[in-house]
Write a protein that binds this ligand. Sequence first.
Ligand code: MRU
Length: 341
Amino acid sequence: MSKEFRHVIYDADGATLRVIDQRYLPTRVRWFTVYDADTAYRAIRKMIVRGAPLIGVTGAFGFAFEVRIRDMMGEDVNADEIADHITSARPTAVNLPNAISRVLSAYMKGGWREALREAIRIMEYEEESSYKIGIYGSELLEDGDVVLTHCNAGALATVKYGTALAPVRVAMEKGKLIHVIATETRPVLQGARLTTFELVKDGIDTTLISDTMVGYAMYKGLVDKVIVGADRVLADGHVFNKIGTYQVAILAKKHGIPFYVALPISTLDLKGTVEDVIIEERDPNEVLYVRGRRIAARGVHVLNPAFDVTPPEYVTALITDRGIIRPPFRMALSDLVRGNV
Ligand code: MRU
């Protein structure tokens, strides 16, 4: 997003993290203040903030603020309990437990000051890694490309730039003209509300489609490339991301369109298996209502998984902050993490 626009502000004096409450976008800009574990939990659980990297950052600050308050008041600190509480806010994106385990071990080593320093490092890392994803990913884009993206994996899902949208931003900076097709992303409408908000704000030409139009758009030859973000990527390349990603991937393969997944290293889970990952099941009202208006008959059953899993055979490449990774992913990812790439 434009250089001045910030939606996450750490206030060192007040010991707070101010975030834009994304539930009100794009029509209203309202702020929410995270100042302890409970406010961090609420911000993440209620999707005031969302997107894998941003919930990691928010959780890390919530932990650091909480242990600071308790230390300063001379209270006993059960750091594991605080960590578990924040981590339980949302189960699928691995950035949250990854960030919480970093601040927890920093606290064990050096108390609340070290935990706070670690939270700041996590925030700085997420900003830098997004830009690097942009640099690497922009090489995959050609002047005139139309990029389809799903959900919001932009600046609003991270600290700045985004993951899926970072390559688009950097390609534009390099003088390439990129057009984005954003899916609306039912039920929470991150694409319609957030992706269009940030792209239009940046002057990036964007077309909004409903999720049901992806096949048609691809069939008509309107899409050159797909780039999505991720909430968790396993060692073998399985990608957990916003519900609907799987069907976009299948359609991309059917139409010979490259399907890229953009992620920072903090989104990798090299130990987990597909069976281990909990897919968050959210409130049925998200499906039953659209922006406060009921759209379905009373008495109907609802299924509302927030994420799905895309098998590696549908993924053309992973765009990471350490470079582009192509299949087979297992060896390439372990080399990447060990720093051999
Ligand atoms: O439920 P959300 O809005 O938190 O889901 C977000 C996504 O699925 C994003 O694609 C993912 O977190 C990548 S964000 C850079």
